[in-house]
Design a protein around this ligand. Structure first.
Ligand code: CU
Length: 351
C-alpha cells in the first residue's frame, strides 16, 4: 500500500513541472475558447457592439481580417426600427405570420385558403353526419334496424371523393415543396450563416465582409431600442430587399436551425454540411426569427433578425463594413472583379 502511494506521489511530482509549464498556455487556450462562447453582456463581448451602431463591431472584424481597406469611410445606414406586428408574432395570433417572400405567400395561401376551410368543412360534415345518425336511428325511433351491409354507390363515393380532395391538395403542396428547395439564381447574393452554441455568425463572401457574430440583446437594451426582447440580437443579418439571396447555412458545433417565419425560411444548420436556402424579400423591414432546433442550454436565447434594406442602402451598408459591392459598379469595377464570380457585363446590368 505504501509502495502504491509513493508511486502515485512520485508520478505527480514528475508531472508537476509539465503541468506548471502548461498552465499559462492552458489558461490562454481556455480563455480563447471561452471568449466567443460566453454569453457575455453586449458591451463586454469584443465582437459585439453598441446595438445602436451595428456597423462598429463589423468594422473591427474587417480590420482584424486584413480585408482591403475602403478608400473613403462610408457611414452605415441607421438601424431600422421594427414595425409592430410585422416580422414578429402578434399577441393572440393563431395563424401564420404575414409573409414577405413568394414561397411564403404560396404557403400562407395554401394554409389559409385551402387547408383551413377544408378541414373545417370536413370536420363539420362528419360531426353533423354522426349527430344525425345518432338521433335518427336511435333504438326508440328505429326499433328494427336495417340489415344492409353493402351499398356500391356510397362505397365508391366515399373512396373517390377523399382521393379527389387529396389530389387537389397535392398539386399546390408539391409545387410549394419544390419551390422551397429551388436553387438560387446565378446572380444571387451569397451569405454564409453559421450556428454556434449559442449565437449566429454571418459572413458575406461576395462582398469580402468577414464573419461577425450576433448575440441576443439583454432585456433593458432591447426595450430601450423598441425591439422585442428574446427576438432582438445586437448585430442583424443585413440583406437587400428585392434582390435574390442565397443563404449557405451550417453549424459549428451541434445542429441548429435557422428559422425566420415571416420569410418562410427554416433550414437546419448541420456541422460538416452546407445547406442552401434561397429567397427574395419583398420589401424592406426587420424580420425576426429564432434557432429552431434544440441545441443546448441557451437554445432559446439565440435570436435572428434580418434587416432588409433597399438595395442602395444595402450597398451603403456593405461599403460601411469595408466590403466591396458584388458586381461591377463603375467606380469599384477593379475591386469587384476580384470578389465576384459574376461576369462584369452581366453584373453591371444588375446594379
Ligand atoms: Cu441553436
Amino acid at each position: 500500500m505504501i509502495k502504491v502511494k509513493s508511486l502515485v506521489l512520485a508520478g505527480l511530482l514528475a508531472m508537476a513541472p509539465t503541468l506548471a509549464m502548461n498552465a499559462p498556455a492552458l489558461a490562454q487556450a481556455n480563455a480563447a475558447a471561452a471568449t466567443p462562447v460566453a454569453p457575455t453582456p453586449v458591451d463586454a463581448d469584443p465582437k459585439s457592439s453598441d446595438p445602436g451602431a451595428p456597423a462598429d463591431s463589423a468594422d473591427a472584424n474587417v480590420a482584424n481580417a486584413s480585408a482591403p481597406a475602403p478608400a473613403a469611410k462610408v457611414a452605415a445606414p441607421p438601424r431600422m426600427k421594427p414595425t409592430e406586428g410585422i416580422g414578429m408574432p402578434r399577441p393572440g395570433e393563431v395563424t401564420l405570420q404575414e409573409q414577405f417572400t413568394s414561397t411564403g405567400h404560396t404557403a400562407r395561401w395554401l394554409h389559409d385558403k385551402m387547408l383551413l376551410p377544408l378541414i373545417t368543412i370536413i370536420s363539420i360534415f362528419v360531426l353533423a353526419l354522426m349527430l344525425y345518425v345518432m338521433v335518427r336511428y336511435r333504438r326508440s325511433a328505429n326499433p328494427t334496424p336495417s340489415k344492409t351491409s353493402h351499398n356500391t354507390f356510397i362505397e365508391v363515393v366515399w373512396t373517390v371523393v377523399p382521393v379527389l380532395i387529396l389530389l387537389a391538395i397535392a398539386v399546390p403542396s408539391i409545387g410549394l415543396l419544390a419551390d422551397q428547395y429551388k436553387p438560387a439564381p446565378k446572380d444571387a447574393l451569397t451569405v454564409k450563416v453559421t450556428g454556434y452554441q449559442w449565437y449566429w455568425g454571418y459572413e458575406y463572401p461576395d462582398n469580402g465582409i468577414p464573419e461577425f457574430v450576433s448575440n441576443m440583446l439583454p432585456r433593458d437594451k432591447a426595450e430601450a431600442n423598441g425591439e422585442p426582447y428574446l427576438l432582438a440580437p445586437d448585430n442583424r443579418l443585413v440583406l437587400p430587399a428585392g434582390r435574390p439571396i442565397k443563404l449557405i447555412i451550417t453549424g459549428a458545433d451541434v445542429i441548429h436551425s435557422f428559422a425566420v417565419p415571416s420569410l418562410w425560411v427554416k433550414m437546419d444548420a448541420v456541422p460538416g454540411r452546407l445547406n442552401e436556402k434561397s429567397f427574395t424579400i419583398d420589401k424592406p423591414g426587420v424580420y425576426y426569427g429564432q434557432c429552431s432546433e434544440l441545441c443546448g442550454a441557451r437554445h432559446g436565447f439565440m435570436p435572428i433578425a434580418i434587416e432588409a434594406l433597399p438595395p442602395a442602402q444595402f450597398d451603403q451598408w456593405v461599403q460601411s463594413q469595408g466590403g466591396t459591392l458584388k458586381g461591377a459598379a463603375p467606380a469599384a469595377t477593379a475591386q469587384a472583379k476580384t470578389v465576384s464570380p459574376v461576369p462584369a457585363a452581366g453584373a453591371a446590368a444588375k446594379i
